[in-house]
Design a protein around this ligand. Structure first.
Ligand code: F6P
Length: 549
């Protein structure tokens, strides 16, 4: 990997700058489509069940070729191969990055330090399947012999967002007789609301934490244990049948009082934000069952294989990653909207925020030198139709360029029927209409032709040229969800590789943790002494000292 040449001095970079400045100074999607009748068919890539239409982007064949040259120059595929081989490409933590091993087939060989990790992955999957089966069938009972009816996952960040998002996404496939809750916030209200209507005798807590040291999770887990013991008469033995752990840290799990026989492990080569297809997905596996979970893994694997083997011009994660580079670095777009047209994907964008922003929100390169180019965007969005009646105004007529992904499904989930299934057409009509309006807008002439008065014309004109990617699948199945997540994982990878940053560490979250620990003792004193105590906290700035007081 040649990372010694500064990105912005590479000829491939300056070629893109020139291209942006001349040929695409004022790109018009109307013109691009008019001058190229084959564009709509050509600018589509299919991977697995996903159809990805990138025709509504401010690009030409030349742009795409130049972007691919940048990918070659920055050796994106070299880094990709190193990742799949298990090399320690997370340079600051000196770790391999092998979430792809979590969905590797049983006969694959992927070595870390000379050990094939695939058998361990499948051993844990088998244990998870056995446990999930026992909870689902009622064979796993609580301390009083009652069957488990409620599953509460306690975790934060990657130990929460993945299972919570996927549970929501695949609700139609879940065991409806079980209740699932996800607790992450250290605000006691989160746990309170999650358990207030549950019977402790029927409740299983899954404590999900890679490190098992995360203060929010350990605090909530401790409170959950108190709640359980208070509800079950205080017998500490109850913990064994109501608490399981998902972690890489057996020692801390056992310190907490959870028998490591009830721990499902994963490994330091799985980043938190890449972990919901590991043991961290146990709550999801209980919800949808082991078979569906494996279908989801197959979906991930399908896109892994595509990313590993498809040629550059048809490689979906590469294309999406490069399009993001194009807007972020050459149009100065600061954000990227992800707009799913599916109620079931209501947590999808929140999940992607961690995946993308924790991975690529960096300002030094892999060698620690400051980078002088834009890195990861602000990722945001909510389900599309709701957004249309809120912030889409800015997307259509605001002064900011916001590239967006529109994600939709040809069919509603099977569970919907009658009128509710019929509403799906209206949902999809909205998605298609938005893509069209954003791309092609409405000219002043078109507005005038509708008889609009002259003073209203500027207000009712839409400039268009707002780029979108449309991702379509037939239906939202476990496999399709796996495909979508892997697509975004590898897209984020591509961008980090081009920008030459370490997409797999997250040092930026550490300072806040350290300072919170410093401030907390002052807050836990009585309010009068807290004021005085705030003054004693070393390293507290005057503003924070005053707020604490
Ligand atoms: O603080 C950030 C972070 O480390 C994330 O990267 C991670 O997903 C989350 O906290 C939770 O960490 P853990 O699973 O170790 O509790």
């Amino acid at each position: 990997m040649s990372d010694s040449v500064k990105l912005t001095r590479r000829p491939e970079w300056t070629a893109l700058e020139d291209h942006r400045a001349s040929a695409l100074l004022d790109p018009s999607l109307r013109e691009l489509f008019a001058s190229d009748p084959g564009r709509a068919e050509r600018y589509v890539v299919r991977v697995g069940d996903l159809l990805i239409d990138y025709s509504k982007h401010l690009v030409t064949d030349e742009t795409l070729a130049l972007l691919q040259e940048l990918a070659t120059a920055t050796d994106v595929f070299g880094l990709r191969d190193a990742m799949f081989r298990g090399e320690r490409i997370n340079v600051t933590e000196h770790r391999a990055v092998l979430h792809t091993a979590l969905r590797a087939p049983q006969d694959a060989v992927i070595e870390v330090d000379g050990e094939n990790v695939v058998p361990r992955v499948h051993a844990v999957l088998d244990r998870m399947s056995d446990f999930a089966g026992r909870v689902r069938s009622g064979k796993w009972t609580g301390h009083t012999g009652r069957r488990i009816r409620n599953v509460v996952n306690i975790g934060i960040g990657g130990s929460d967002l993945g299972p919570a998002m996927a549970y929501e996404a695949l609700r139609a496939y879940t065991a409806r007789e079980l209740t699932f809750r996800f607790v992450s916030n250290v605000d006691g209200a989160d746990l309170h609301e999650a358990v207030r209507d549950l019977d402790p005798a029927e409740t299983l807590f899954i404590i999900a934490s890679k490190t098992f040291t995360t203060i929010e999770t350990i605090t909530n887990a401790t409170s959950a244990r108190d709640w359980l013991l208070a509800g079950l008469g205080g017998d500490k033995k109850a913990v064994a049948s109501h608490f399981v752990a998902l972690s890489t840290n057996g020692e801390k799990v056992s310190d907490f009082g959870i028998d490591t026989a009830n721990m499902f492990e994963f490994w330091d080569w799985v980043g938190g934000r890449y972990s919901y297809d590991s043991a961290i997905g146990l709550s999801l596996m209980i919800a949808i069952g082991p078979e569906r979970f494996r279908e989801m893994l197959d979906g991930f694997r399908l896109v892994d294989e595509h990313f590993r083997t498809a040629p550059a011009e048809a490689n979906a994660p590469l294309l999406l990653g490069l399009l993001g580079v194009w807007y972020g670095n050459f149009f100065d777009a600061q954000t990227h909207a992800v707009l799913p047209y599916s109620h079931y994907l209501s947590k999808f964008t929140a999940y992607l925020q961690q995946l993308d922003m924790e991975s690529n929100g960096k300002s030094v390169d892999r060698a620690g030198r400051p980078v002088e180019w834009q890195t990861g965007p602000v990722v945001w969005g909510t389900p599309g139709t709701n957004g249309q009646h809120a912030y889409y105004q800015l997307l259509h007529q605001g002064r900011k360029l916001v590239p967006a992904d529109l994600i939709g499904f040809a069919r509603p989930v099977d569970e919907l029927d009658g009128q509710l299934a019929a509403q799906h057409d209206l949902l999809m009509a909205n998605m298609f209409a938005q893509g069209q309006a954003l791309a092609f807008g409405r000219t002043a002439e078109e507005v005038r032709a509708e008889g609009v008065s002259e003073e209203q014309v500027p207000h009712r004109t839409f400039p268009g040229n707002r780029p979108t990617t449309t991702i379509l699948a037939t239906g939202l199945t476990p496999s399709v969800l796996g495909q979508l997540i892997a697509l975004y994982e590898h897209k984020v990878f591509v961008q980090g590789a081009v920008w030459n940053i370490d997409s797999f560490d997250q040092w930026g979250v550490e300072l806040g943790k350290v300072l919170a620990k410093r401030v907390e003792p002052a807050l836990t004193r009585t309010s009068t002494s807290a004021a005085a105590a705030a003054g004693d906290v070393p390293g507290l700035d005057p503003s924070t000292t005053a707020l604490v007081a």
